[in-house]
Design a protein around this ligand. Sequence first.
Ligand code: IZC
Ligand code: ZN
Length: 463
Amino acid sequence: MSEAGHGAGHDLPIIGSGRGTPGDAAGHLTASPGLLIEGVESIATLSGGLRRGPAQADAAEIGGGHLAVAAWGDRLVAAGPLNEVLRRVAEAGRSLDDFARLDAAGGLVTPGLIDAHTHLVFAGTREFEWQMRSRGAGYLEILHAGGGILSTVAATRAASDSELLTGARRRLSEMLANGTTTAEAKSGYGLNVATEVRILELIGLLDRQGPVQLVPTYLGAHAVPAEFRNRPEGTAEYVDQIIGEQLPAVAEQGLASFCDVFCEKGVFDPTQTARIFDAARDLGLRLRVHADELLPSGGAELAAELGCVSADHLAAPSSAGIDALALAARTGRPVVATLLPATSWFLGKHHFAPARRFIDAGIPVALATDLNPGTSPTVSLPLVMSIACVEMGMTPAEALAAVTVNAAHSIGLGSELGSVEPGKQADLVIWDVPNLGQIPYWLGSNRVSVVVKRGRTIFERAL
Ligand code: IZC
Ligand code: ZN
């Protein structure tokens, strides 16, 4: 639907329970196993796999109107001109009677958005620290004075499960309303065995409850906790605890897909990071890293060397680090550069990751919110896309690839999520805009009309 016609969203029929898929924990069955979305103006399919180099700008768009998307169960069946989609449905031996119908009213369909970097589960807020920063205090200076991450750790340790769940659920529902259907979610505000395990268990519970799908990451190496900080060998002792106690507990219970480390000057150095990663890999975890957020710290180089699935932040990589990531991409071992421009912006840094250099060097770029109470209290991937376009010179199509197909690869789910292709999971957003350029263009507004997860409508906006 065009901007002039956006009121047409009133007419969208409500289907399903708004929750759950057949067989999931919620157990809400919907009437029809199929879903047919009609009246689509254009589809940004993002088909064709990981985007890098000039291909980062290829959204694999189908335009011209009279388009449709069909799903059966939780899988996509067909997307394209309505006639072709109906033919595919018939060829598959399905009757249209078994499809719920949804009118996109001339809107755009994209894959469900994927937020590849969030610190979803935390207690407390840090608006006070943010105001200190705008008066000149440094992020790491505040951390070393016992604030920053450590103030969130104190609040999180003290919070009950139900308090943590209430906060996380509120953020998840806002993420969903902004088009996010899958998110990576980190621990890292526990910094001891009991609370790190507790946070990851809560992430598992939230994932099972849905509808937003979560990929859990263990981030015990987010900071050195207060109880270790006044010892001469405190950092080394805490790394020993991570390797000796936290990682085995997390791995034994199968609580995390990834292990992450905040590799930054003054936090964990590359040698400590590599020790943690060696242990994590031995326990079957995949690797992702907070790399070069504030200063060149050897994080990008390490990510390439150790085969991290993703290197995140990269606002201050060294040239050698960029070269190492480019070489990894050229030699078939791509590390996704997951950039977090809302963080740079909220830190008031005027210093953003060199996205154009990454893209020109053939490094696949993803974008994520970095949702956290200190440096990026936002849930909105469309807002992150806007900042990426304005501050990092990305095009809207590059930014869309960065929050769909490349974000799927960043969390290791590239074969399952991130594009509108037959066989992939039916996670979709119907947008109240006629073309993808308008997603980041409508700065700070929300143009999501309908969100579909695993073939079921889970969100509809009342216009
Ligand atoms: O709570 O400050 N950078 N970790 C590394 C963060 C930002 C989150 C926080
Ligand atoms: Zn982070």
